[in-house]
Design a protein around this ligand. Structure first.
Ligand SMILES: Cc1cc2nc3c(=O)[nH]c(=O)nc-3n(C[C@H](O)[C@H](O)[C@H](O)COP(=O)(O)OP(=O)(O)OC[C@H]3O[C@@H](n4cnc5c(N)ncnc54)[C@H](O)[C@@H]3O)c2cc1C
Length: 432
């Protein structure tokens, strides 16, 4: 069977791998010159950088499995257990970490008890609220409403909740649903103590995407899908901006909601609804190269700063990650570089006297969708049996993450089972 997968982000690539595993011929069609979609890398002034720092957690089991199936597990590093340094101005760094031998949220208790940015009152507020993180919430409730309902004061929000929820959901507490925010907290902190362990790629992200793309029989970069070849009952392929039609027995559309709406033209005809309800938020990453060989940071969170996280990618090379950055995404590069240089220098004294050799900015104004209260995310199936959709924004239950993308791509490939039967089964049927 020949399957066309449109979109070489992680969702499309996960679908490619699963379909190829089942023996199908997969044609991968990608609009840009790069593989990996939002999790990619490219060269800036001769240096290969990720389009933005990506982290995974120990609980991102499908993403980890996807990378393992590409024999690239050693390209990722994941902490043995959750540990994060929290930096603040004119104070010593604080640390939150999972203690060995304690289950889930209890494992945070010893370090949380010593966590200097919060006083006893705020710690008790957080502890009390965490006990309610399992309870069902109203679909219309925002996380800000939930925090108010559980009497969290400004300190508890700034020094605890925002540290995790803003970068994880890439949006502020008053924009996201309480259900999505609590999903993050529960998934990371309520079960396996390894679940919240933070990890990242040691290799540029496009290498992982490139490895996955080798599973396709054919990869067409710089090829934009603009429509479907559709007879009203079955999809026969995709039409491209260059006028070409690529025929297929089945099609996977693994593109963001607005692009999907363009390709489908009349999405309702294909049983796809609500695409116009998705809003997105920006992420900005500022890359800083200092003249000191070892900043000694690995990675850290910065509270009360536009920089949520800072990573030492290589000796002297820091990547500052700015989430929910709509107000900053359009600012000039020099301004953003100076903003981040000053922010990291203010919290990490070794950088105050370090010379900045160069800086660069990568930005994505539509990095992730906002998991707003009441947002309905559709699953892979459409009204056509041989057309499925995928993307981190589809109904995986996860926020816009690499994990969600991989889950969606795999679910989309599963959605074609029965439509495109495994080739071996086909051959067995033909040859008895
Ligand atoms: C800066 C940044 C930082 C992030 N940090 C993290 C993080 O730390 N951890 C995490 O888990 N997630 C993170 N994310 C989110 C994560 O990268 C995404 O959720 C995930 O990669 C989305 O994958 P996807 O395949 O669903 O969509 P995309 O990656 O958007 O892939 C869609 C692909 O479809 C292509 N396409 C679109 N239209 C067409 C068309 N008409 N024809 C052909 N091709 C088309 C696009 O070019 C793109 O390659 C981050 C995202 C950004 C931008």
């Amino acid at each position: 069977m020949r399957v066309v997968v449109v979109g070489a982000g992680l969702a499309g690539l996960a679908a490619v791998c699963k379909l190829a595993d089942r023996g199908h011929d997969v044609v991968l069609v990608e609009r840009s010159r790069l593989l990996g979609g939002k999790a990619t890398s490219f060269t800036v002034d001769g240096v290969e950088v990720d389009n933005g720092q990506h982290v995974h957690l120990g609980c991102c089991t499908e993403y980890l499995d996807f990378v393992a199936a590409l024999s690239m597990s050693e390209s990722l590093c994941t902490q043995p257990r959750f540990e994060v340094t929290v930096l603040r101005r004119q104070r010593r760094p604080s640390r939150l970490r999972a203690a060995r031998g304690l289950p889930g949220s209890l494992s945070l208790l010893p370090s949380f008890a010593r966590y200097a940015p919060l006083g006893l009152r705020a710690k008790l507020q957080v502890a009390r609220a965490l006990r309610h993180a399992h309870q069902r919430v109203d679909a219309a409730e925002t996380f800000a409403m939930w925090l108010r309902r559980h009497r969290q004061d400004a300190a508890a929000i700034e020094w605890f909740w925002d540290l995790f929820v803003v970068p994880a959901l890439n949006a502020k507490a008053d924009e996201v649903s309480a259900a999505d925010a609590l999903f993050v907290i529960r998934t990371a902190f309520a079960g396996d103590p390894h679940a919240a362990a933070i990890g990242w790629s040691r290799v540029p992200l496009a290498r992982i995407a490139a490895a996955a793309a080798t599973r396709a029989s054919e990869v067409r970069l710089r090829t934009s899908a603009v429509g479907l070849v559709d007879d009203g009952e079955t999809v026969r392929g995709v039409s491209c901006a260059n006028g070409e039609e690529i025929g297929a027995d089945a099609v996977v559309l693994a593109v963001p909601p607005a692009r999907l709406a363009n390709i489908l033209v009349d999405a309702g005809r294909f049983g796809v609804h609500g695409l116009e309800r998705f809003r997105s938020r920006a992420i900005v990453d500022v890359h800083l190269w200092f003249d000191i060989p070892d900043v000694g940071l690995t990675f850290a969170a910065i509270a009360r700063s536009p920089v949520q996280w800072v990573f030492e990618k290589r000796p002297g090379y820091l990547c500052c990650s700015l989430s929910a950055a709509d107000a900053l995404v359009g600012r000039p590069e020099a301004e953003l570089v100076e903003l981040c240089r000053a922010e990291v220098a203010a919290v990490w004294p070794r950088l105050a006297s370090a010379r900045l050799l160069r800086g660069a900015v990568t930005r994505d104004p539509e990095a992730t969708f906002v998991p707003a209260p009441g947002l309905i995310r559709q699953g892979a199936q459409t009204a056509r049996p041989n057309l499925v959709i995928a993307g981190a924004w589809t109904a995986t239950g996860w926020p816009a993450t690499m994990e969600s993308a991989v889950r969606s791509g795999r679910a989309a490939a599963d959605g074609l089972v029965g439509v495109v039967a495994p080739v071996t089964a086909e051959l067995e049927a033909v040859h008895g």
